[in-house]
Design a protein around this ligand. Structure first.
Ligand code: GLN
Length: 487
């Protein structure tokens, strides 16, 4: 395992270690491990070393190199960067080079972080296993015959394998938290509006948020405070102040009342996950928290509502990839009209899951079906926020659930069964539909015949309650044994 974010930034800014040395170390780790895990779609060696040199120059000249001086950074490949390509894991954007950097990229590089590569994902972030990438699946560093989760599987695997101390993902229905849980790292989905999405390729605009993966809660808090805050380039970004969460992360939350929904004990939950969940509850009690049983029946509606709202928005967002305005164009057939060209470009460029979502989304928005599906899902969404807010108003500071129903599943196990894949998201989608901050913290393991597989629990907090959520997560992290090390 290489150093964490704060150790690297301290060593580089004090001149004990050069950013170039750190960068070279991580690049060699990628060369050693990426063939095994396929976490990265691209590695930008030369740009990374040049950026590291600029950090070293700043240190030499006595200029402040930033709180992330020399920290290697991996970016999910649906986050726009001027260096390298931004493929979204799709053939249709295989050669796309963004003319600008996403706001999160500008903020992290201004803080001294060094981009080392772009990570694998399910095509357009649609999936829960990273198997829907057009460029092949990523493998779980704890057991390469298993998936890392998804859709930000490459970013989670890169941090879990110790290839990179910091990675960004996007979370529309669980794509940061679920892979974080299955890979044994911390993953945070901020409040909707907390982090600018300018430069995040849109999947479902009312749900999408960018957030960090790191090995521990303090590193995740540090990265989150740098990417958070108002950006005039994203009309949904909020003007809320951004405290230095990493400075106060060790302060206990008092009183810490944690809501535990009855729905966390559903039949689908694997016995190892149930044990890990109960161990997390016991750990919170040791830390002084009081646990309160609550009922959140709206959680049962989450997957159904999500798989209407998200495809509806996706069908509209993905209309721009027609091979003319955006994306790879099919070869021209003489005599063929423009519509046929659009059709072939989209048929050749998109994979099966993306097509399924476009069809589903177009259907639920079509006249005659809109009220039955889309409007009904929007009402369920409203009830979801009301249900969470009622629990918070009754005194719960955070709500605790498992992040997933069980450990990482085998490659190919669910790829022919879309419904089984969608049900992976039972615990995560509600926070997106309600716009609330949520995070996954490593908690416990599942020990089958093979390697010990990590599990995670999820904390959900009130809107803009990242402060309490991160401090509660830190209290839990201190009480729990560290996650298993990858093989
Ligand atoms: N697994 C969910 C989906 O397939 C969530 C994806 C995401 O958060 N990007 O839509």
């Amino acid at each position: 395992m290489l150093d964490g974010i704060r150790q690297i930034a301290d060593a580089v800014s004090s001149g004990r270690r050069s950013a170039r040395d750190v960068c070279a170390d991580h690049l060699s780790r990628i060369r050693q491990l990426n063939a095994r895990y396929s976490a990265f779609l691209q590695v930008v060696d030369n740009d990374a070393l040049a950026a590291a040199d600029r950090v070293d120059d700043a240190v030499r000249r006595g200029q402040p190199p930033g709180p992330l001086a020399g920290v290697p950074l991996a970016l999910k490949d649906n986050i726009c960067t001027r260096i390298g390509r931004t493929t979204c894991g799709s053939r249709i954007l295989e050669r796309y080079v963004s003319p600008y950097d996403a706001t999160v990229v500008e903020r992290l590089t201004a803080a001294g972080a060094v981009i080392i590569g772009k990570t694998n994902l399910d095509e357009f972030a649609m999936g829960s296993s990273t198997e829907h990438s057009a460029f092949g699946p990523t493998r779980n560093p704890h057991d390469p015959s298993r998936v890392p989760g998804g859709s930000s599987g490459g970013s989670a695997a890169a941090v879990a394998a110790g290839i990179c101390p910091l990675a960004l993902g996007s979370d529309t229905g669980g794509s940061i938290r679920q892979p974080a849980a299955l890979c044994g790292v911390v993953g945070v989905k901020p409040t909707y509006g907390r982090v600018s999405r300018l430069g995040l390729v849109a999947f479902a605009s009312s749900l999408d948020q960018i957030g960090p993966f790191a090995a521990n809660t303090t590193d995740a808090a540090l990265a989150l405070e740098i990417i958070s805050g108002l950006d005039r380039g994203d009309s949904t970004s909020a003007p809320h102040p951004v405290p230095a969460w990493s400075d106060s992360i060790d302060d206990a939350v008092k009183p810490l009342v944690i809501g535990v929904p009855r729905q966390a004990y559903g039949d689908a939950v694997h016995p190892d996950m149930r044990r890990a969940f109960e161990a997390a509850i016991a750990a919170f009690e040791r830390a002084g928290a009081s646990l309160r049983a609550i009922d959140l029946p709206i959680l049962d509606e989450g997957v159904a509502a999500y798989y209407i709202v998200a495809p509806a928005e996706a069908s509209s967002n993905l209309a721009r990839y027609d091979g003319v305005r955006y994306g790879r164009r099919a070869s021209l057939v003489p005599g063929e009209g423009l519509d046929a060209l659009y059709e072939r470009s989209r048929a050749e460029g998109f994979g099966a899951e993306v097509k399924r979502r476009i069809l589903l989304g177009t259907h639920v928005l079509s006249s005659g079906y809109y009220d039955a599906y889309y409007a009904t899902a929007c009402r369920a969404r409203r009830r979801m926020l009301d249900g969470f807010n009622a629990a918070f108003a009754a005194g719960c500071r955070c709500i605790l659930t498992p992040t997933t129903t069980g450990p990482a599943f085998g490659l190919g196990e669910k790829s022919d069964d879309p419904l089984a894949m969608y049900l992976e998201d039972v615990f995560t989608v509600a926070a997106n539909l309600a716009g609330l901050p949520a995070m996954s913290i490593p908690a416990g393991v599942s020990k089958g015949e093979g390697a010990a597989l990590p599990l995670g629990v999820q904390l959900v907090a009130p809107a803009y309650g990242e402060d309490v959520m991160l401090r509660a997560a830190r209290m839990l992290e201190r009480e729990l044994p560290p996650p298993p090390r990858p093989i």
